[in-house]
Design a protein around this ligand. Structure first.
Ligand code: ATP
Ligand code: MG
Length: 761
């Protein structure tokens, strides 16, 4: 009688089992989403412990987030039938590095109680360094330098190792300032995030005795989400694994989404070189997603070149197709998703019921979250924002809100303090102390204190002049808010302009700046649903107090980046529009690198879904208060049509949920759900009608020549047209939107007019 397998082996497929049991030597598990990589990795740890091959503190396990590490610990505990006490070396690259660095800080000139700077501290320090070098910070902003230094640290380059090819960086001062910054950090007994890894690598490289100690200690090394390691992390791993070579890395090249942060898919390829004889295990069965979801994701990612390539299959046949729905605008998209989430919660869609915690909304850019947060607050749908602050807690939003608060209540001292020197007005600590002293002495608000300081000339020079201007501005803005029915949107824009706040971010060259400007636009947009600034501020203060405890059933809102490795029964993917997803930046870039990374991100998104995945887009979004028509994402064209169901937006002119668009005769011949499918759906047509009423420009797609909506039913007999499959032809007859066309090569066919475009004559 065969012995019952250990609990951690139960249910594993042969390939997973191999990965669990191949304990000696390097192992690379390379497999697509949802194939049980993380599960196998967890079982491997349980196996190591159960077999007594390593004690819990001799296993180094690197996960993508601290949360993932906690979950893995729990799972290992369950699998081994006990709680795992003391797995101290399970965590992120950063959390593990901190531990190592604390023990050997003196080797890089730090004390063991060093502080870790956050981004704000880091920028402040870099500003000092830039100023000390007599460089104009306006032209050479600290944030740009921070990005550069981060980039170098990701490649494990200390100031001396930065290659000469980078010598011209930051006005030829980059490396010099980098060295100065590092020196400042040491005198402050501090380091930044990137240093955590860099210092550890340096220690390992310069002190072989220390390295050996850890090499001996970590008998087994395991790494999840390996495709997103950068060079510094790779070196860190390679050094540690060099002795035992018992390293097991798990990854999926199709899910590499941190190229912009220096991650290198090439690390996967280097693995086999650096660890010759590595066992490569491929998993092909996906256990997470339904058939259609998996097929849609696979179809999409197939458009990327240079993949390592893999097959995926699932036993979960049938299930729901990936649903695709176009909305009139972003608010309607948010409204629909809110209602849909509630319907799924009640189980009235013939599926589920799904608790809200089983549902997630995954966005490309964090500014997209605002529309959902506002909508859900309005209808009382509990939600949680994961990864990154909620919209109204973001730095730029709080700054902008501080300006609005001052305009409404000039005596708001906290708001005054926050913005008096943001943007820079030459009102540093000293000047602010003068204002505060004055206000205290007179028992008045800071604004009144400042007014007196200005009048009495206590602060001179540029700072004095700027303070005078600010006081005048606040007075003027306040006066406006007192007028009944004032145009609060215009006022908000005026405030952000006049104060120089928008400009501050426009001049900022760091990667975050565009996102912050987007958020500011979102903020102004949010004002549109309120009558005045007062009402809006009240609304926000209520939101901020509304953060109930976490045990509650809540729908998750998070970015696609943060969703890596996670799974949800129900996933909503909103905002699939060119310029948003794929992002404008990736589309503007020459070459396909950026676009392919966006596509991998889309793949990550779809593959998070277990049972139901809904992709949506809006035909119109408001940018700077102006309507802008949006094109559905090019990724939508890449979804295989047989796995996609096009939904009709409900509610408009009586359209019902679930009324799939009639597929035009030829659309199925190519297995693609095209934008044309969507444009031809009854719901979209109705949106077009509405667009007509509001005289907003119609979406068109000149780039891909798929369809030109203005040409719909505009054809008459004798017109020369072009059809993607049948080529050129002449219209013989028309009936509604159906055309009879004599194609030059294919003969006479009946096609729907939207599948042809006017041929250039
Ligand atoms: P990702 O690439 O998204 O990180 P992954 O490859 O790490 O995915 P897991 O998260 O480990 O995949 O597994 C996906 C789902 O499949 C989980 O719910 C897991 O419990 C389940 N699963 C994994 N292996 C098996 C198996 N052999 N039998 C049944 N279910 C499994
Ligand atoms: Mg995983």
């Amino acid at each position: 009688m065969a012995a019952r397998p250990a609990p951690y082996l139960e249910g594993l497929n042969p390939a997973q089992r191999e990965a669990v049991e191949a304990l000696d030597g390097p192992v690379l598990m390379l497999a697509g989403a949802g194939t049980g990589k993380t599960r196998a990795l967890t079982a491997r740890i349980a196996h190591l412990l159960a077999r007594g091959l390593a004690r819990p503190n001799e296993i180094l396990a690197v996960t993508f987030t601290n949360k993932a590490a906690r979950e893995m610990k729990e799972r290992v505990g369950r699998l081994t039938g006990g709680t795992v006490e003391g797995m101290p070396w399970m965590g992120t690259f950063h959390s593990i590095s901190v531990k190592i660095l604390r023990r050997h800080a003196e080797l890089v000139g730090l004390k063991s109680n060093f502080t870790i700077l956050d981004t704000d501290d880091q920028i402040r320090l870099l500003k000092q360094v830039i100023a000390a070098a007599n460089i104009d910070e306006k032209r050479w902003p600290a944030r740009q330098l921070a990005g550069l230094i981060d980039h170098w640290k990701n490649r494990a380059w200390g100031p001396e190792q930065v290659p000469s090819a980078e010598a011209s960086a930051f006005n030829h001062m980059g490396t010099e300032l980098y060295a100065a910054y590092q020196a400042r950090l040491l005198t402050l007994n501090a380091c930044d995030f990137g240093d955590l890894l860099l210092h550890v690598v340096t220690i390992f490289q310069k002190h072989p005795d220390v390295l050996e100690q850890y090499q001996r200690w970590f008998r087994y090394i395991l790494v999840d989400e390996y495709q997103d390691t950068n060079v510094a992390q790779y070196l860190w791993l390679r050094l540690l694994a060099a002795k035992h070579k018992n390293i097991c890395c798990v990854g999926d090249d199709d899910q590499s989404i941190y190229g912009w942060r220096g991650a290198e898919v090439g690390n996967i390829l280097r693995f086999e070189k650096d660890f010759p004889g590595a066992k490569v295990i491929r998993l092909e069965q996906n256990y997470r997603s339904g058939e259609h979801i998996l097929a849609a994701a696979s179809g999409l990612i197939a458009a990327n070149a240079g993949r390592l390539g893999k097959t995926l299959w699932t036993e979960a046949e049938g299930g729901e197709k990936v649903r695709l729905i176009g909305h009139w605008d972003g608010d309607e998209e948010a409204r629909w998703i809110g209602e849909e989430a509630e319907a799924l919660q009640r189980g009235t869609r013939g599926l589920g019921p799904f608790r809200l915690t089983q549902q997630a909304i995954l966005v490309r850019a964090s500014h997209q979250m605002r529309a959902f947060e506002d909508r859900f607050l309005t209808i009382g749908l509990p939600y949680r924002v994961v990864g990154g602050p909620r919209f109204y807690e973001r730095l730029e939003i709080r700054d902008a809100m501080a300006y609005f608060r001052l305009a409404v209540s000039p005596a708001d001292d906290l708001a005054f303090e926050r913005i008096v020197n943001t943007p820079k007005r030459g009102l540093g600590d000293k000047a602010q102390q003068v204002i505060q002293r004055q206000a205290r002495e007179d028992g008045v608000s800071l604004l009144e204190g400042a007014r007196y300081v200005v009048a009495s000339g206590q602060i001179g020079g540029k700072g004095g002049a700027q303070l005078r201007l600010l006081v005048e501005q606040i007075d003027r803005w306040h006066k406006e808010t007192a007028a009944p029915g004032y145009d609060h949107i215009r006022l908000a824009e005026t405030i952000l302009d006049e104060s120089g706040y928008t400009e501050m971010w426009q001049n900022d060259k760091t990667p975050e700046a565009p996102g912050r400007l987007e958020n500011l636009k979102e903020l102004v947009k949010a004002l549109e649903s309120f009558e005045n600034l007062q009402g809006f501020l009240e609304h926000v203060s209520l939101i901020m107090d509304n953060d109930s405890e976490d045990a509650e059933d809540k729908i998750t809102i998070m970015t696609l980046h943060a969703a890596k490795g996670l799974e949800f029964p129900v996933v909503f993917l909103p905002g699939w529009e060119d310029g948003l997803f794929p992002s404008q930046r990736s589309m503007d870039e020459s070459g396909l690198r950026g676009l392919e990374e966006e596509r991998r991100l889309a793949y990550v998104g779809i593959t998070r879904a277990e049972e139901l995945c809904t992709i949506s887009f809006a035909g119109n979004r408001r940018v700077y208060g102006q309507w802008q028509s949006q094109l559905p994402s090019r990724f939508i064209d890449e979804l295989p049509a047989s796995h996609v169901e096009v939904l009709t937006p409900p509610g408009l002119y009586g359209g019902g949920f679930g009324a799939a668009a009639p597929r035009a005769g030829e659309s199925a011949m190519e297995d693609r759900a095209t934008r044309a499918d969507v444009y031809n759906s009854p719901g979209w047509k109705r949106m077009q009608d509405r667009a007509g009423h509001r005289s907003i420009s119609q979406p068109r797609d000149s780039r891909n020549q798929i369809i030109d909506l203005e040409a719909v039913s505009a054809f008459t007999e004798g017109d020369r047209v072009f059809h993607k499959k049948f080529g050129y032809g002449t219209v013989e007859a028309t009936e509604g939107d159906k055309l009879e066309i004599a194609f030059d090569k294919a003969g006479v066919k009946h096609v729907v007019s939207s599948f042809v475009v006017a041929a250039e004559t």
